[in-house]
Design a binder for this molecule. Structure first.
Ligand code: GLN
Length: 384
């Protein structure tokens, strides 16, 4: 049985490929699990908080110490100087929880949000459960460029917002200042809200800069900035994220967060708040450099195997063209790779709402070096 609201929902290909990978005992470059070691300071501080029995509900918007640490980080890293930690930050059950609370708090059934594709499928499905339609703009790699005309073409009288995911999953696109300025002008012209998912904000390559849309002139008041700690600290299972917005938007987000979740896990909030103060900028820089080298390794191995990669500019996924495998579609291609060389990926069709014609598949390289080197060897064997 399924309610009408979720009638269309199926298990995501991200989850399905993890199960297939376990069944076939493969290496999982499908789901963005990120099983790299977490910073010891974060683990130590969370353990201390658990042992100190910091076990009860926090405020629905999160503990003060974490919101204060975040306000500081948002000023320094994201250029959001006007964040009031008392009213503008809601700590949530992962970035996903922040997105759900934003949708439920700010949008009505029938509203439309513009989304660039390829896109993270959970975004569009969460919108559909909320009765919100996606108006999609399909981009093509490796640059995933768009124009002001594309934005105008996607807008209807029901359009209320635009969703920006930078660095993007699965494309690895990093929006430049010029592109974000086009988005900002569009939002201001048509009085739209912007929702940004910046969960990969610290994973950025080739000297690029992460730019938060809310830092552009006139954008803070109309933007919900979403991020979290999953990817930055390799704590994807802790489910800790946050939304940042001015009070006119954050009030409803906070009310829904209370209603749906009460609060994010309290001892883990303490762990991250205290741990963050022990982590210097070098941690983030080193993480980015390490992922950049891993990107180069995996992209090189994919190229050599004839699976042309769309070289990512950030995040830790790569979309590769698998048409040389001669499979009917991306789903068949991803399964072929898993069966033949024991490497799981996610078929690119999972990231487009309409076309399932794509021959792209997504590999996640948030893995240790030994695993990636083994993947490179296995990719090489495809040509043998
Ligand atoms: N964001 C991660 C991905 O894209 C994990 C999400 C999930 O497990 N659904 O793979």
């Amino acid at each position: 049985m399924k309610s009408q609201r979720v009638e269309f929902l199926k298990q995501s290909d991200i989850r399905r490929m993890t199960r297939e990978c376990t069944r076939l005992d493969g290496i999982n470059l499908g789901q963005g699990i990120c099983d790299l070691p977490s910073p010891p300071s974060i683990l130590e501080e969370a353990s201390k908080a658990v042992l100190a029995d910091k076990s009860v509900y926090s405020k629905f918007e999160g503990i003060d110490a974490l919101r204060e640490a975040l306000a500081d980080k948002l000023t320094r890293y994201n250029g959001l100087t006007q964040v009031n930690p008392d009213s503008d930050i809601i700590v949530t059950a992962g970035a996903t929880g922040a997105f759900i609370a934003t949708l439920q708090g700010l949008f009505n059934p029938g509203d439309e949000i513009i989304v660039f594709e390829p896109s993270y499928g959970y975004h569009i499905n969460a919108m559909r459960v909320a009765g919100v339609e996606a108006s999609t703009i399909a981009l093509t790699g490796p640059d995933w460029k768009f124009s002001a005309e594309d934005l105008e073409g996607a807008r209807t009288e029901n359009t209320r917002a635009i969703l920006i995911n930078t660095p993007g999953n699965p494309s690895g696109k990093v929006f430049s200042r010029e592109e974000l300025t086009v988005v900002a002008d569009f939002c201001k012209k048509h009085d739209l809200i912007a929702i940004t998912d910046e969960i990969y904000e610290y994973i950025i390559y080739d000297g690029r800069e992460h730019i938060s849309l809310a830092s552009l002139p006139g954008m803070y008041e109309r933007t919900v900035t979403i991020s979290g700690f999953s990817k930055t600290f390799s704590i994807t299972g802790w489910r800790l994220g946050y939304a940042v917005a001015p009070p006119a938007l954050s009030e409803a987000i906070g009310l829904v967060n209370d209603l749906f979740y009460i609060c994010a896990p309290t001892p883990l909030q303490h762990g991250v708040a205290a741990g963050m103060t022990r982590i210097g900028d070098d941690y983030y820089e080193e993480m980015s450099r390490d992922f950049e080298k891993k990107r180069d390794l995996i992209c090189g191995a994919l190229s050599d195997a004839g699976l042309t990669p769309n070289v990512p500019q950030g995040a830790y996924y790569v979309l590769a063209d698998i048409s040389s495998l001669g499979c009917a579609d991306a789903k068949a291609g991803a399964m072929h790779l898993l069966e033949k060389i024991g490497v799981a990926s996610v078929p690119g069709s999972a990231f487009f709402s309409e076309s399932s014609e794509t021959q792209l598949t997504r590999f996640c390289y948030a893995k240790d070096w030994a695993t990636l080197e083994e993947v490179a060897r296995r990719l090489k064997s495809l040509n043998a």
